[in-house]
Every structure is written in C-alpha cells, then in structure tokens.
Design a protein around this ligand. Structure first.
Ligand code: HPA
Ligand code: ZN
Length: 320
C-alpha cells in the first residue's frame, strides 16, 4: 500500500522511546535499569489496561536526563514518522513526568523543541508542540506548570490532558483550561478512551476543547454522536493503542469503520508507537489488512487528519 500523506495529531513523544534507545540512554547516563537486556525489557510490553502501560511508560522515562536525550528521542520519532508518510506532527510532551524526577522544564522543553525546529528542513515534517498535563496529579500543580511554561515563553501551541482517565474527570481542570484559552493556546484533551461518554461532554462543555483524543466511547451515547457529527469535532483515534491497552479485544472489533460510517471526523494516530506495535504506516497497514478500506475511506481518514490540524490554510492546501 502506498503511503498516505497524513498529519499525526495524537502522539506522546515519550511514547516514542524505543527499547534500544532506552538501553543506549541508560548506558550513556549511567542509569541502572531493572532489566538485564533488550529481551528482558521487551518482555514487559504486555498490557492489561491503560494503567499497566503508564507504569512502564513513566518508569522508562528515567533514562531521559539531558536536552540531548530529549532531542535524540524526538529526532528518532521524526525520522520514523517521515518514513511512515507523516507530513505534519503535533507532538505532546508530559512536562510533569520530568519535573517530578528533578529534570527542569528548560531541559525537557528545549530538548524536544530543538529537534522539532529542524524537522521541516531535515525530514519534511512540519511540527507543533503541545504540553500535556497529568490528570492523575493535582490540578493546581498543572496550573503552576502552565504558568511556568508561559513565563519561559515555551514554544507550545496548545495544551492537552492525559494519563489515568477513570476517576479523573475533565471538570477538575476548568481553571487550567481557562488560563490556556486566555493565553491564546489551542486546547485538546484525552476523553472516552477508558472513561465514559460523559467525560467527552465535559471536555467539550467545560474545557471547550477543539479536539478529543481517542473519543471512541462516544458511540455509547447517541446524542453525543449526533453532536460530534454535527460539529465535525475531530476525534484522534489510535487503533493499535486501543488493542494493546485492551480497550477493544482485537482490531476486528475496533469501531473505526462504524465511526467513519456515521460521519464522525476521525483520524488515525499512533499514540505511543514504541509501546503499541507501530507508527502511522503500521496502523494503516493493519487497518487495511483487517477492514480492507476502499480508496475513498483511506483518503477520508488522511484528509480528516489534515483538516483537523492546527496549521495555516496555506499549509493545509499543501497537504490536502
Ligand atoms: N492515554 C492516556 N495517557 C497517556 C497515553 C494514553 O494513551 N499515552 C501517554 N499518556
Ligand atoms: Zn494518548
């Protein structure tokens, strides 16, 4: 299958840290990992739910110590994404996951941003950076970190909300999102991955987000589906992630075809590709192998990603 030019809208840069790079950075930084070798590390990548993945995801971040480490991780993603047909990437990062380990905002933000800055020239991939906040940590902490990002004039285009969803509803983060809107930032949030449709409504009504990350549980609420179709709210769906985190049993059971059929604005994204078995191309390959989408459906998925991106109309025209 030829590669579709796409925009990747749902991607956690820390989730692109491949096992080989984890071991290399551990060596470079003199960090002891609880794994003897690559095989031992790879054996950990079996998840039962979101939390079981998050435990390993946060643990592996210990190897990210210097700006260079963050830049190397980011550059490796961009190279791989370009090979997967990605032409524009909106990259989330989790500043709190680094601050809590004693890594400064400057180190993590500048490291990621320095690789993004040369991406268009180096890989032909335009980029934006989004700061995601951890919903299982206090909302006051998130707001303080946002203030610090604004004070340092961090090159972020927007904010997101991620980590353990159930029990950590969007309504707890109203002040954070009000501040972000006031600062002119784009606003997105994970909702309806493991959490109920009500969380998608809260993200829309209370946080006033422009896109929903995942959103697949909207299908449990017919009124909500109708609203999302009417407004063409982008839902950044991550098929391989949903399978690996057991949100769906198998790819065959994934609701993406149904979502497309209903006229929802769905795109395909890789989420944490180093953990979930594939980048953009592999997501499309497996979807194609499972659902045999026709050319129109494939083009619709690619077009949805471009029309939902935070880019200028001129850039959109280049990509459509
Ligand atoms: N869901 C929620 N939080 C996350 C994810 C995810 O898939 N990846 C990294 N943080
Ligand atoms: Zn995600």
């Amino acid at each position: 299958m030829s590669l579709l030019p796409t925009a990747e809208l749902h991607l956690h840069i820390e989730g692109t840290l491949e096992p080989e790079l984890i071991l290399a950075l551990a060596e470079r930084n003199g960090i002891e990992l609880p794994y003897a070798n690559l095989e031992d590390l790879r054996a950990q990548y079996q998840f039962t739910d979101l939390q079981s993945f998050l435990n390993l995801y946060y643990e592996n971040m210990a190897v990210l110590q210097t700006e260079q480490d963050f830049a190397d991780m980011t550059r490796a993603y961009l190279r791989r994404a370009a090979a997967a047909g990605v032409r524009h990437a909106e990259v989330m990062m989790d500043p709190q996951a680094h601050l809590s380990r004693g890594i400064t905002l400057e180190t993590c933000v500048n490291g990621v941003a320095s690789a993004l800055a040369t991406s268009e020239e180096q890989f032909g991939v335009s980029t934006e950076l989004i700061a995601a906040f951890l919903r299982d940590e206090p909302a006051e902490e998130a707001l303080a970190v946002l203030e610090n990002l604004l004070a340092m004039d961090a090159p972020i285009i927007g904010i997101g909300l991620d980590s353990a969803e159930v029990g950590n509803p969007p309504r707890d983060f109203v002040a954070l999102y009000e501040r972000a809107h006031a600062a002119g930032l784009k606003c997105i949030a994970h909702a309806g991955e493991e959490g109920p449709p009500e969380y998608i409504r809260e993200a829309l009504d209370l946080l006033k987000v422009a896109r929903i990350d995942h959103g697949i549980r909207c299908l449990e609420d017919e009124n909500l589906v109708e609203r999302l179709v009417e407004d063409q709210t982008p839902l950044t769906v991550c098929p391989l992630s949903n399978v690996r985190l057991r949100t769906v049993d198998t790819l065959t059971d994934h609701p993406l075809p149904q979502m497309l059929e209903r006229g929802l604005n769905v795109s395909v994204n890789s989420d944490d590709p180093a953990y979930f078995g594939g980048y953009m191309d592999e997501n499309f390959n497996q979807l194609q192998g499972t659902f045999a989408f026709d050319a129109n459906q494939l083009a619709q998925l690619a077009r949805n990603s471009v029309r939902s991106a935070f880019i200028t109309d001129a850039r959109r025209r280049e990509l459509l």
